[in-house]
Design a protein around this ligand. Structure first.
Ligand code: NDP
Length: 501
């Protein structure tokens, strides 16, 4: 790990003042702006308007009008696709600026933030391609007198609510697909990391997205987010964040029966058999646990190791984890950056203390790191964790790896499934049957085999059970933002109840 003082890049740095985007106009909020203190540097780096319920309602009204009066929903797929492709090019052109904002506001390493921007550009291009391929079905099999056509229509106004852990990447998993379908949108980024989403607003306007189609309202969840989940003019809510707020979102949306799409928490196991390529696994275990400081819904936070290899493998993971470079997020060689807020750091610490009291062994780390500025946590390993401990069942959202053990394949599957979450899982074995058995029996939206946390724009992503509802990415992602409409057409003379036959 590296101690640091205020880095050179921030010596003459002035906090950036942002405005929010409502109906094509950049707007100040009424009250005091929200100040974002960089978690890795301890200084104010951004100020966003503290949007109000009234701002959210104005944005919803603008999105409603833009949907009902057009032109966005009635443009051709090719026209929308071209605008999304232009947006992708502009994102790529401003990638360094966007990555810098995500880095200083969230505390993630700059090299990682740049990688996420590359992934986001690919998603925008993929969504642009899907905009031209959105289609329904036709039934020419219903007899000479009937032709059935099933249309796909944009669902309408979509509220998009995003968290702080992948600020630009997560909005990019939702917004381009909603826009590709012809929807209009209101976006609320996390109050901690709104900068890159607001720059995205500039990009979309420059790319040619009409006023009102994209509105971005900054502020807190209860003030701005809540009305976006209850307002009768909103047709769908797409939310990523905690399972608790996801549950509240669903309950709020139920009042007007809106469609909801939820990407929530995870407690993702990696199940490891003795015949696995252990060198490859150990690297993936360290990556899975400490990437993004573990503040990751997909984090591989639970290892389920075969008892015959558990002690040796845990020691080797600890050796590698000691080499992970924790430090200044702006240093291009940093692998693990800062923890999002001091409160969150305290929550992670409480999980570690609770596990130790319950009988787990702190095999590595376990405490905060003082690097001079900001808040950091040492990569931590807890061994001897039992499936009933809180740290084995709940999302810690920090660099904390829990190690559990198993004897039989059935036991491994039972432990993997014995939690409320089902986002993702990994299995490590050179045996084809073992991998497929685990792949079919573990209840999670993604199963990695002999790899971990890989992804592609083409592959759907989402969770079973309390990890969420619906899937993002993949070729059906645009369809999520549509309604189906049946056109039932009669051909020729119609006979019926009172018509002569
Ligand atoms: P939240 O679920 O609180 O926040 C996610 C988004 O929802 C933010 O934009 C937040 O606004 C907004 N929000 C909060 N309350 C409401 C509400 N009543 N109605 C509508 N929107 C609301 O997650 P946190 O960011 O606070 O993180 C807490 C925990 O959630 C983490 O420790 C982790 O366990 C989990 N998490 C999971 C993520 C995932 O990817 N699955 C991502 C982030 C967190 P605001 O700006 O006020 O925060």
């Amino acid at each position: 790990m590296t101690a640091h003082v205020k880095p050179k890049a921030l010596e003459n740095f002035k906090a950036r003042d942002f405005r929010m985007l409502i109906d094509g106009t950049w707007t100040e909020g009424a009250g005091q702006p929200i100040e974002r203190i960089a978690p890795g540097h301890g200084i104010v780096v951004s100020r966003y308007p503290a949007g109000s319920k009234a701002d959210a309602e104005r944005a919803i009204a603008a999105a409603r009008k833009a949907f009902d009066d057009g032109p966005w929903p009635s443009m051709t797929g090719a026209e929308r696709s071209n605008i999304l492709l232009k947006a992708a090019d502009l994102i790529a052109a401003r990638a360094d600026e966007l990555a810098f904002l995500d880095c200083i506001e969230s505390g993630k390493p700059i090299s990682q933030a740049k990688g996420e921007l590359g992934g986001a550009v690919d998603i925008w291009r993929y969504a642009a391609a899907l905009a031209r391929d959105l289609h329904g079905e036709s039934y020419n099999t219903l007899g000479d007198g009937t032709l059935g056509v099933v249309l796909r229509e944009a669902i309408g106004v979509v509220s998009i609510i995003t968290p702080w852990n992948f600020p630009f990447l997560i909005v990019s998993q939702k917004l381009p697909f909603a826009l590709a379908a012809g929807c209009t949108t209101v976006v609320k980024p996390s109050e901690l990391t709104s900068g890159s989403t607001l720059v995205l607003g500039e990009i979309l306007i420059e790319a040619g997205v009409p006023a009102g189609v994209i509105n971005i309202v900054t502020g807190t969840g209860p003030e701005v987010g809540a009305p976006m989940t209850t307002h009768p003019d909103v047709d769908m809510v797409s939310f990523t964040g905690s399972t608790g707020v996801g549950r509240l979102t669903m309950a709020n949306a139920a009042q007007t029966l809106k469609k909801v799409s939820l990407e929530l928490g995870g407690k993702n196991p990696q199940i490891v058999f003795p015949d696995a390529d252990l060198d490859a696994f150990i690297d993936a275990a360290v990556f899975g646990a400490y990437f993004n400081a573990g503040e990751c819904c997909n984090a591989g936070s639970r290892l389920i190791l075969h008892t015959s290899i558990a002690a040796d493998v845990t020691a080797r993971i600890a050796d590698l984890a000691k080499k992970v470079k924790v430090g200044d997020p702006l240093d291009p060689t940093t692998q693990v950056g800062a923890i999002i807020t001091p409160q969150h750091l305290a929550k992670i610490g409480a999980y570690v203390d609770g596990a130790a009291k319950a009988g787990a062994l702190v095999a590595l780390g376990g405490a905060a790191l003082d690097l001079g500025l900001g808040q950091f946590m040492a990569p931590t390993i807890l061994s001897g964790v039992r499936p009933d401990m809180a740290v084995a069942r709940e999302e810690v959202f920090g660099p904390v790896l829990s190690v559990l053990t198993f004897e039989t394949t059935e036991e491994a599957i039972r432990i993997a499934n014995a939690i409320d979450y089902g986002l993702s899982a990994g299995v490590w074995s050179r045996d084809f049957d073992t991998c497929l058995t685990i792949g079919r029996k573990v209840r999670a939206g993604t199963i990695w085999m002999n790899t971990f946390m890989d992804g592609a724009s083409e592959l759907p992503f989402g969770g079973y059970r309390q990890s969420g509802l619906g899937r993002e990415l993949g070729r059906h992602a645009v369809e999520d933002y549509t309604e189906t409409k049946t056109l039932n057409m009669h051909i020729g003379a119609r006979t019926g109840w009172w018509m002569p036959r």
